[in-house]
Design a protein around this ligand. Structure first.
Ligand code: MV4
Length: 507
């Protein structure tokens, strides 16, 4: 087993991996940029190395700097987390060349899945069901028209190097195809320096369902149930849950077996995720494979009882999977909210700044994976995700109850957060009835909020205590601090962010 692991990441995922290292008796090494000198992952790691300026390109994306820190620290393995270098085949190669184990799949697996057309060709060979369409780049508008005619409208144009919706166009009629192809190509060229675009039949109102797999380096592969990730905004996941309310044990087994075959066809090792679209008739289609640990991995951990990060490390160290498919049992239900420093009342604009007051939820069935602490300043330089709040229960209804209760306990003062959006979602009838598809969030945001009286009396009481404690400071600044108690009646009906902004006004 590795004695020392470097974590090439920051924020909550770096903290998550550090915790696994601590549990396993492995020394953890953090890396940090200028602005992250006092970040939580730096405070929690056993050792920390400065790797450069705040710009990600000069720090968390700088392969040479990270390998230099690995060498200096004596770390023999690197966990890449998600984002940054996690799906960078060049980085995996460079780690191998430096004699450091990359905790993830091989560079070859990452390369295969990095090109969507290449992945479709390989999956076609392996007999994996995928959305009808081409597995090669389109050569002309005429060719696109012929194929679209054959597979039937609406069609989807997609960038081969894409993902995340960039270079993607939904086309309903032949008349729109030529200009859609041109704009998809130029967007793909700008975003990925690669204008290869292919065509698929469009699946309308799909659900996004993904399957977690683990594969060791001795040919054993298991699937660990699915995650429903249909609640997205602009191709960013917002809420994820496991299991999906529409996947029964038969569909789960069929999707799981296909996912394991995808992994085998890619010679895949370590943790990975196979994304599917599920149509309204519950047909599922392979979409793409994510060759990393995902943000939403905790919901799978809670319902399977499997620690994915421990197993990633054990697999990378050459161990065999300690259980087989028959040992995998799902128990209960877990739902995750991605807590962001952003303002849901101002088009989700980022809201960096100092966390003046932090009251985190706890109690039965609540997990919080966080990269923040009270007094820390959220930088503008990176993705503004602060934490993930996960509710767990014996069934979906209990998971929702606990999540709602935990969200109402959560108070982050000094910055805006999207907590109020989740308070709305967990009270929404369609969400409670699991009437979800990829259009759900847009519909919710277009509708009028029905009830915003999220009761939060204990938080108000805590805030009152803090106002009292801040009294001296505020008075010297002469900003006329009100006695906290005078706010209690009116703030009983206020959402967390309203109280946070009130807190801003008072401090
Ligand atoms: C699709 C689709 C419908 N039909 N492909 C969006 C991002 C990229 N990873 C794949 N995406 C989609 N591909 C076909 N053939 C609909 C989407 C899609 C979507 C997928 C998952 C989650 C949210 C989404 C939101 C809009 C569109």
């Amino acid at each position: 087993m590795f004695k020392k692991i470097l974590i090439a990441n920051r924020g909550e995922i770096a903290v998550r991996v550090i915790r696994a290292c601590r549990e396993m008796g492995i020394t953890s090494v953090a890396v940090y940029s200028d602005v992250d000198r006092a970040a939580l992952h730096v405070l929690k790691a056993d050792e920390a190395y400065h790797i450069g300026p705040s710009a990600a390109s000069e720090s968390y994306l700088n392969i040479a700097k990270i390998l230099e820190a690995a060498k200096r620290s004596g770390a023999t393995a690197i966990h890449p987390g998600y984002g940054f270098l996690s799906e960078n085949a060049k980085f995996a190669h460079a780690c191998a060349d430096a004699g450091v184990k990359f905790i993830g799949p091989t560079a070859a697996s990452m390369e295969m899945m990095g090109s969507k057309t290449r992945a479709r060709q390989e999956m076609e060979k392996a007999g994996i069901p995928f959305v009808p369409g081409t597995s090669r780049g389109l050569e002309s508008a005429e060719q696109a028209k012929e194929i679209a005619e054959r597979i039937g409208y609406p069609v989807m144009l997609k960038a081969a190097a894409g993902g995340g919706g960039k270079g993607m166009r939904l086309v309903h009629t032949p008349a729109d195809l030529k200009s859609a192809l041109e704009s998809a190509k130029s967007e793909a060229q700008r975003a990925f320096s690669d204008d290869e675009v292919y065509i698929e039949k469009a699946i309308l109102n799909p659900r996004h369902i993904e399957v977690q797999i683990l594969a060791d380096e001795h040919g054993n592969t298991v699937y660990l149930g699915e995650r429903e990730c249909s609640i997205q905004r602009r191709h960013q996941k917002v809420v994820e849950e496991s299991p999906s309310a529409v996947v029964d044990s038969d569909l789960r087994q069929r999707m799981g077996e296909v996912a394991a075959r995808v992994a085998k066809a890619a010679n895949y090792t370590n943790a990975g995720t196979i994304e599917f679209l599920l149509d309204e008739n519950k047909n599922f289609y392979f979409l793409e494979m994510n060759t990393r640990l995902q943000v939403e991995h905790p919901v799978t951990e809670l319902v399977t009882g499997v620690d994915l990060v421990h197993l990633q490390i054990r697999i990378a160290a050459g161990e065999t999977l300690p259980f087989s498919q028959d040992d995998v049992r799902l128990r209960g239900h877990a739902i995750e909210c991605r807590i962001y420093a952003e303002d849901p009342d101002n088009n989700f604009f980022p809201s960096p700044g100092n966390i003046r007051l932090l009251r985190e939820p706890g109690g039965p069935g609540v997990r919080e994976d966080s990269g923040m602490y009270e007094g820390w300043t959220v930088p503008i330089d990176y993705d503004p995700m602060l934490a993930k709040l996960i509710g767990y229960g014996s069934d979906r209804a209990q998971a929702i109850e606990r999540l709602r209760r935990a969200l109402d306990e959560f108070f982050i003062g000094g910055i805006k957060t999207n907590i109020s959006l989740f308070q709305r979602i967990v009270r929404d009838d369609d969400f409670k009835a699991a009437k979800l598809d990829t259009g759900y969030l847009e519909r919710l945001l277009q509708s009028e909020p029905r009830d915003s009286s999220y009761k939060n009396d204990d938080v108000v009481a805590i805030a009152a205590g803090l106002f009292a404690a801040l009294d001296a400071t505020s008075m010297t600044r002469g900003n006329g601090l009100q006695p906290a108690s005078s706010n209690n009646k009116s703030s009983g009906a206020a959402s967390n962010w309203k109280k946070a902004s009130r807190f801003e006004a008072l401090r």
